[in-house]
Each structure stands twice: as C-alpha cells, then as structure tokens.
Design a protein around this ligand. Structure first.
Ligand SMILES: [Zn+2]
Ligand SMILES: [Zn+2]
Length: 675
C-alpha cells in the first residue's frame, strides 16, 4: 500500500520523523483548515487535557467543526494527513455510507465532525496501552484509533504508547519484555506470584551455554526456575529425545541437529536470564510409552510452575523458528502534529495507524498457527505468565493484561482466547468456591466459560487423534479444582449433564465419523468438528432418568484424559422420526391409518453430528424443555448393535406439534444403554 504524505513516501525504516519537529515540520503535516482548527494549540490542548473515558462521556471535551467530503478529499489530495485519515477510513468502512460513485452533489453536504481523546486502560496500578483519538461524523463513530510516538519525540511524555517492537532476536527486546513481567509480579495484586520453591520438571535443558545445551535430569526433586516452550510441531522431529540418545543428550545436545524453533527457544531462555528450558520433544522420552504417559500427566504443572512460557505463536512448524524480525505493518501510518504543553513553539509528532478494525489489529495474530493446535490452548491457559512471539510483535500475557511489549501501540484484544477469561480460573488456593453457595451468576459464568473453552478447543486440530481428550485434561483438571465440579465424563460434567449433552455441530461443518472409538457418541470428543454449545438458558428438570454411568479411563494417572469405553444406563422417552433430505420429521406416536402428512411434524432446528447417512428411521430423545423459550431440546439417536443400545447422531431443538409441555411426561419411559 502506498501512502503519500506531503509528497513523501512513508517508508517502514524511517517513518518516524525528525526528532526535533519544528513548527514548520508540524505545519507541513496538515492543511490550513486543520492547522487553524483542530490542531490550533488552544483547541487541541483543550480536548487533549480533558480526555474522557468515552467519547460520549460528559467529561470529555469535544472539538466540533463542519466540512464537506468534497473539501476533505481535496485537502487529502493536497497532502493533509488528518483529512486523508478521515476520508480513507470513511471510504473503507462498510458500515459508513460514503457517497463513493454518486454525484459530487452528495459529497457537498455539510458534515459535522466531533473529535475527542480517550485515555488508555488502567490495570489497577498503571496506565497500559495507548490513548485513542476518536472522531464522530454526525452520530456515527468513525474513528477510535490508538496513538503512539517515538521515545525521543517532544511529545513522548504526553503520548504514552510507542511503536511496536519488530526486532525479535535482541537482548533489548528481552529486557523490555521482562519489565512487563516484573510490573506484573510487583503491582498486579490479582495475579499469582511465582513461588520461591518451584520444582523443576523431570528433565530440563540447561542453556548456560546456548551453543552446547544439555539435558539435565533432575529426577523431579530439584527446585529452580525454568521456562516452558509452547509451539506447533507441524512436522516430525527426527532428533527428539529417545531411550537411545538420552545418555548422550545429558552431555550435549548437538544444536545443528535441532529445529530452528528449539534453537530460538534456547537463545531466548539465555537472553531472558534463565538457565533451564522445558521442550516436550527433548524433555519427554519420545519412544517410551510409560514416560510419555507419566510426563503428559505433569504438563499442567509444568506450564503453571514455569517462570514464564515462551509461545512460538507465529511458527507453523518447528523448523520455522520465531526470532526473525516481524514484517512492517501493512496498514498506513499517519503522522500528525502534536502541540506540546508549555512552550508554544514546541511540536511533537503523534502517529495514528489507520486500521479498519477500530484499532484492534490483532486479526493477523488470530490466525497465528499456535491458535490452531489443540495442545497449545492448554499450554496458554495454564501458563501464568507468557511471552508470545506473534506474527506482528512480541506480547506479554498475564491473568490481568494482554499487552504488546514496550506498551506498543495497540491494546491487545486477544480474540482467540480472551473469551476464555482465564482470570475466571485462578489458581485453586486463591479463591474459595463453595458449590452450595453457587449463584445463578456463577452457574452462568462457569457454564459459559466451559462452553467457550470447548468451542475454542474443538476448532483446533490434534495431530494424534487419540489426544483429543488428553490435550484438554489439564484445563479440565484445573477447572474442576476451581469450580469443584462433579464427575467429568469424557468431556462432559455430570452435574451439568443436561446442558452439556446438547452440543451440536453447526451446519456445513460436519465431517466423517471416526472409524475407531475415541469417545462415546454423546461426547463432543467423538467428532472432529468444531462444536457449539446450547445457548445458555434455564431448563426444566431433565426428561430422562440417568441410572448409571460408566467411564473407563485409559490411564488412572490421567483422570481427565482419554477413555477406552463409556456408557450411560438411562430411562428415556423416544419419538420416532425420519431424517430426509429436506430435514428431520417426527411422527406422532401410535398413528392409525390416517393421512401421514397430518401426523408428521418437521423439526425446526436439527443438526447432524457427522456426514454419516442415517438410513431409515431415527429416534428423538427429548432432553429438556427450556423454561424461557418453551422449546424442546434433545438428541437424535439410532439403535446400536446390541438390544436396547443407542448412539447419538444429532441434536434438535423445537417440538413436534402434537406434543405439549404437559403431555410429554405421559410418554412411556424406556430403558436404554447410551453409548
Ligand atoms: Zn486537513
Ligand atoms: Zn499480571
């Protein structure tokens, strides 16, 4: 994208203007109207010094002026950065009805522009993130973009944010990153403090000499500080630790054999001033089933006890590495004059990145490979502190903040995981939770939280299909401790069973059914698709009776891990139905002769679990009535191989027209085994 500023091209390397911006330089950034209007010292200082918490807040001072889009387009062509910011944002904003191709007549209408500033967020102790500049056109909020400047700019003491960090392999970058960590440790009262005594994992990599790393076998009874690595394998790793090379690796791990991501992690560990590093491929004996099972059960503790986690968010495979410089932003950057406080001849330069996402340009990061890998969700959620090498910059995560290093320009809206609200899931000892005192709010909170976790998690891929439940075991275990939930059954919570049973696969996302057993059909872990939860609502008591539940664990040391068999002994009401090309039809029970179409009823919402074709009849298994919407929710099941055995093939919502809430209970209860 090319952007002209006063005839000059803004280049990535040199987009920060001269350090001592004179009034002349400042003057050249905008047109006459803007210089004498919004950027006139008195007008600008008035709104800058009276920034409000919302642009509509009565406390925020506003600066209002009128112009026409024709006039602004002209000034933009003449090189005014402010007018360019307005017109190019308005043109690219699909919700704003910019008179593009219409007669210039429409662009000659007088518009009212209202400008104000918003403060950065406050984390309880310090301001974090960036101040925002906001513009309304009439009633429409067109702009709410963050500002930044360079550290040596005259306005640096007033404009808090800086440009993003691009240089990843730099000790200065690591130093800046550690400032965020110590700010968290010292000033975030809600964030857990790293304990002095932390057990080192069974094996760690000693990075004292990054050129000659070696495996240090602690046996699990040595305390110390270490860093954990979260990354995407993306390909096989030939030089992982095996029973054969274990001994040799304790003397030295040949770095030239290691994939770039592991080498980068060793470099970063040393640069962050830490000695030990944990990487799964090197710290778990990869060809030992026993060791794998044992160490996998410790992964939750390994990530939550680490001093911090390094997340190689940007690398899609282990040979990619993550310390390359980040690419320049693809969005235009507009330098604008900033009349500094005090000396009336002093002007600084503030920069605004024109961003159609309203300032939250983390879209690139959302698609970072680490957000697609199942294991990385747990590693992220269980890490108390993390440095994420994303595709745009280096970020810091703690339970209270998600921020770019250097207080860089953007506040982080960590879209893939922010709805998982890990701060709702603090370490168990911090907040006492008594299920007997659970309020409706708490119920909604934990249910929504779990639903969001499952939705996010099932959107990721597992390399080993059997890992589906295992890679979430640590999160489930932490969730169980925090919320003191009842039994966990292949991904569902027994004390919220009726809600948890009603997951569905959105239309169009269905995939083939798995060939081998991984989870019972009633578990989301039985399908490969991303699943959606029932929209949270109060339900009447369940329409089934659950007599017995059996879950056979794959391994006793992983109580939240994989299962080898699971079944439910239930008494249920079944309604005959048929899945046709155009939908799911329920038949009225005991039809006698009469016209079939009068006795069948199309179910409004019906979701298949997989693309499997269900020949012939299926059955509706009512789960519950929603108290609010008066809908019946339930599952679609088919007979299994054994008598009275059924398995799930779908989910439905709506009710056959002849069934009312009052007469559904009259239907006969039948004992079934639900597999
Ligand atoms: Zn202008
Ligand atoms: Zn913190």
């Amino acid at each position: 994208m090319t952007d002209t500023v006063c005839g000059d091209l803004i280049s990535y390397d040199n987009h920060i203007l001269s350090r001592h911006s004179s009034a002349d330089t400042a003057r050249s950034l905008v047109c006459n109207d803007c210089w004498n209007g919004l950027f006139a010292r008195g007008n600008f200082r008035d709104i800058w010094e009276n920034l409000g918490f919302f642009s509509s807040s009565p406390k925020a001072r506003l600066y209002t002026y009128t112009s026409t889009w024709n006039q602004i387009e002209q000034s933009s062509q003449g090189g005014c950065n402010w007018c360019t910011l307005l017109v190019s944002t308005a043109k690219s904003d699909k919700r704003y009805n910019y008179p593009h191709d219409e007669d210039a007549f429409f662009r000659s209408f007088t518009q009212t522009f209202t400008v104000s500033f918003k403060p950065p967020s406050y984390d309880g102790k310090a301001l974090v993130g960036a101040q925002l500049i906001c513009v309304r056109v009439g009633d429409y909020e067109l702009i709410s973009f963050p500002l930044y400047t360079s550290p040596d700019d005259p306005c640096a003491d007033e404009v808090l944010a800086r440009d993003r960090i691009y240089r990843m392999k730099s000790t200065e970058t690591c130093r800046l990153a550690l400032e965020h960590l110590s700010h968290c440790i010292n000033d975030h009262s809600a964030c857990p403090k790293p304990s002095q005594v932390r057990p080192l994992p069974t094996r760690v990599i000693d990075c004292t000499d990054p050129e000659r790393p070696r495996l240090y076998i602690t046996g699990g009874n040595v305390n110390g500080s270490y860093v954990a690595l979260s990354y995407v394998w993306g390909e096989s790793q030939p030089h992982k630790t095996t029973q054969n090379n274990l001994d040799a690796y304790t003397r030295e791990i040949p770095t030239d054999l290691l994939p770039q991501t592991s080498r980068d992690a060793i470099w970063a560990t040393k640069a962050f001033g830490e000695k030990y590093l944990w990487i799964d491929a090197l710290c778990i004996i990869q060809d030992s089933k026993v060791d794998k099972r044992q160490e996998i059960s410790k992964i939750p503790a390994i990530f939550s006890n680490a001093a911090f986690t390094i997340i190689a968010a940007r690398s899609s495979k282990v040979s990619d590495g993550f310390l390359q410089d980040c690419p320049p932003p693809s969005i235009p950057i507009r330098p604008l004059p900033f009349p500094c406080k005090g000396d009336p001849t002093r002007f600084g330069t503030m920069y605004v990145e024109q961003n159609s996402l309203g300032g939250f340009d983390d879209n690139g990061d959302v698609h970072d490979p680490v957000n697609k890998r199942a294991w990385c969700l747990e590693e992220r959620l269980l890490s108390t502190h993390a440095f994420a090498y994303t595709s745009t910059t280096l970020r810091f995560y703690c339970p209270m903040t998600r921020i770019s290093i250097n207080d860089a320009v953007r506040e982080l809206h960590d879209l893939p995981t922010h709805r998982l609200n890990i701060e709702w899931m603090p370490a168990p000892e911090e907040e006492h939770f008594d299920p007997k005192e659970e309020t409706a709010f708490d119920y909604n909170r934990r249910t929504t939280l779990w639903d969001n976790i499952i939705h996010n998690y099932t959107g990721r891929t597992v390399t080993q299909v059997e890992d589906k439940l295992i890679a979430l075991a640590g999160v489930a275990s932490r969730f169980s401790t925090r919320w003191k939930k009842g039994k966990y059954m292949a991904g569902l919570w027994l004390d919220n069973f009726q809600h948890d049973l009603l997951w569905h696969v959105a239309d169009g996302n269905q995939l083939p059914r798995l060939e081998s057993f991984r989870a019972p059909s009633w578990s989301w872990a039985a399908v490969d698709s991303q699943v959606e939860a029932t929209k949270l609502q109060p339900f009447d008591p369940p329409l089934y009776e659950l007599d017995k539940h059996v879950v056979q664990l794959e391994s006793d040391i992983l109580p939240f891990g994989g299962v080898t068999a699971a079944s439910l002994e239930m008494r249920v009401r079944l309604l005959k139905a048929e899945w046709r090309n155009d939908g799911l039809y329920a038949y009225q029970p005991q039809v006698t002769g009469s016209n079939k179409s009068e006795n069948e009823s199309k179910i409004y919402y019906a979701w298949r679990d997989t693309i499997e074709v269900c020949h012939g009849n299926v059955w509706l298994l009512p789960v519950a009535w929603s108290t609010r919407s008066l809908d019946l929710w339930g599952l679609v099941v088919v007979p299994g191989e054994k008598p009275r055995e059924y398995r799930r093939v779908g989910c439905f919502r709506d009710f056959p027209k002849w069934i009312s809430k009052s007469n559904v209970l009259e239907l006969r209860l039948e004992p079934i085994t639900f597999i």
